[in-house]
Design a protein around this ligand. Structure first.
Ligand SMILES: [Zn+2]
Length: 586
């Protein structure tokens, strides 16, 4: 952030040039001496704050003006006084920090909404608490009614039952408290689910059921299913759940979905998130989002990746689904999500060398390389971005290789395409500089680093952990662009928490996870704003508080750019504006 006097006065001039002089070419002298009365009054003025525009040309300013859904001017309080008319709403910032709206770079929008409709297991201290919550829900449920939950994570508990298998409990206690109600509890990572006996029975899973490709039905030494379904094994329950959901009428299903959209929006706006990269949705869900956008019922701007459609379907349908931002836009579609591996916690990340604590495994390949490669070709053909989930060292290398091969084969300049690696958590040092060289974006999540940090060495060993885990500094210094986010509902959609993780690498243990790789505060703020805008080809309309861009603005209770590091997590979002409208106030 630049705070010099020169920066401020230059910003003031630049603003006046924009407003008075039209688009460029005007002489600053003329602009500055033009009478203030000719400036049209703004709808909204925020003044008396520290406004971090994140625009290097503008630096920090004191005030800004908004007309309609865009920012019309930024500058000193005096500069912006000219925009206050009789109908202008003026808000005093009282010195608070203002930043561009946070852009969630990778999350699951409807899953976030759904997580608010079911049992929230994110903060349970141990397995007993999970069982208690399910017992209460089962007491209130009709026989046969399913009980859903999400967010448990055995590595965050204070204890694990003694008879646990691979660190995860067996489902006996869950089946005991809920014998007649199927129970399905999603892991926080989304890479596993836990079922009681009633749910396993409904899905037809028994001791004889084979593991599906890319998944595991975890079993006791005696060969009985424990209830834990890893990766693609979760899908074995899908049919039973679909069948159960068919009891709802179409209207009821739609009402449930609409509620999810609103619940997700409330969570996002409360945390200052004004745009959200959704990873991703099928065509039917995109149709639904489009309908909501047309009705004016999307409160947060969505950048939706196409997901769960075959290569054949995408080859045919992508042209019809390309939606590029225009005006006060709430839905953009121009990218595809693929997933090459699983998560490290569940030994699903695809590694170059075996796991430290599972020496006969190098992880799981979830979607075959050839299939992703074909997707990449289709993407080139239709001008879509490819965003591939890759967590392990092998997964990251393979993904970069796929991208390179396809660019060479199709003869395109890949550096212009802004293809992404989602998560990019563990990267071999040889592959780190390839991100910058190829122009591949590392769509990372700061909070994953500190959340997973305490147990990463168990999976990778100390040396490999240090060498490959979340190498933000190395990526930045070799020219890569890093995005930021939370992967909500894997982590809460708390941008402040992820920002804090990005600059501190402070874990809940009180220790820092290889802090030499931390981002600076300026880098972390950019990673959450302009970088994420760039990742969506939207840097011309959002990501900085530049006149002409969308008025997506957040007012914070504290100055996260200067306060002592340890105080950052106490920061509150005071106000969130989307397109110039106050969408949340604390
Ligand atoms: Zn995700």
């Amino acid at each position: 952030m630049r705070t010099t006097i020169l920066g401020r006065s230059a910003a003031g001039l630049f603003t006046l040039m924009l407003v008075l002089g039209g688009c460029g070419g005007s002489d600053p002298e003329t602009a500055a001496s033009a009478p203030a009365a000719t400036v049209p009054p703004a709808d909204l003025v925020l003044r008396g704050g520290k406004i971090a525009t994140v625009d290097p040309e503008l630096g920090e300013v004191e005030a800004l003006a908004v007309t309609g859904h865009t920012i019309t001017a930024v500058g000193s309080n005096d500069d912006i006084a000219a925009y206050v008319g009789p109908d202008t709403e003026v808000m005093e910032l009282d010195g608070r920090l203002v930043i561009p709206g946070f852009i969630e770079g990778h999350g699951h929008y409807l899953s976030l909404g759904r997580a608010k409709q079911i049992l929230d297991l994110n903060t349970v201290a141990n397995w007993d608490e999970v069982v208690n919550m399910v017992a209460v829900a089962a007491d209130q449920a009709e026989p046969g009614e399913w009980i859903f939950g999400r967010g448990w994570h055995q590595d965050k508990w204070d204890s694990v039952p003694e008879d646990a298998v691979d660190g995860v409990p067996r489902n006996d206690s869950l089946s005991a408290v809920s014998p007649d109600n199927p129970v399905l509890l999603g892991h926080a990572s989304g890479h596993a689910a836990f079922a009681n006996d009633a749910a396993l029975a409904a899905a037809g899973i028994d001791a004889d059921t084979d593991d599906p490709p890319g998944g595991t039905i975890v079993r006791t030494p005696e060969g009985e299913a424990t209830g834990l379904l890893r990766e693609t094994a979760q899908r074995l329950v899908d049919d039973a759940v679909d069948q159960y959901n068919e009891r709802l009428t179409d209207e009821q299903q739609e009402a449930l979905l609409r509620q999810r959209v609103q619940l997700a929006a409330e969570e996002a706006l409360r945390h200052g998130v004004t745009s959200f990269h959704d990873a991703g949705a099928d065509f039917a869900t995109i149709d639904f989002f489009k309908q909501l956008e047309d009705e004016g019922n999307l409160p947060v701007r969505l950048y939706v990746m196409v997901r769960r459609q075959s290569n054949e379907e995408m080859a045919e349908m992508l042209p019809r689904y390309k939606m590029v931002a225009e005006g006060n836009d709430f839905l953009t579609v121009r990218s595809i999500k693929r997933q090459i591996d699983g998560a490290l916690g569940a030994h699903g990340a695809w590694l170059l060398e075996p796991y430290e604590d599972l020496p006969d495994s190098t992880g799981l390949v979830l979607e075959p390389v050839e299939e992703i490669e074909r997707t990449a070709e289709i993407a080139v053909e239709h001008g879509f971005q490819v965003n591939t989930h890759a967590i392990g060292t092998r997964a990251n290398r393979e993904t970069l290789d796929i991208y390179q091969r396809v660019w060479e084969r199709t003869g395109v300049d890949g550096s212009e395409l802004r293809w992404r690696v989602e998560h990019a958590q563990h990267i071999h040092p040889d592959d780190v500089p390839r991100f910058g060289e190829l122009g591949v974006i590392a769509a990372m999540q700061g909070i994953h680093c500190t959340s997973d940090g305490p147990w990463i060495p168990t999976r990778l060993g100390e040396e490999r952990t240090k060498e490959t885990s979340y190498p933000w500094r190395d990526l930045i210094e070799t020219g890569a662009l890093i995005g930021n986010g939370t992967d909500v509902p894997v982590e809460p959609i708390n941008a402040i928490a992820s920002y804090y993780a990005s600059v501190s690498r402070m874990m809940r243990t009180g220790e820092k996870f290889h802090p030499e790789q931390a981002m600076t505060r300026g880098e972390a703020l950019r990673s959450y704003t302009i970088n994420n805008a760039y990742m969506a080809f939207e840097e011309d309309i959002k990501g900085t508080l530049t006149p002409g861009k969308l008025a997506d603005i957040v007012v914070l209770s504290q100055d996260i750019l200067t306060i002592p590091e340890a105080q950052i997590p106490d920061t509150e979002v005071d106000m969130t504006f989307v397109g110039g409208k106050l969408a949340y106030a604390r």
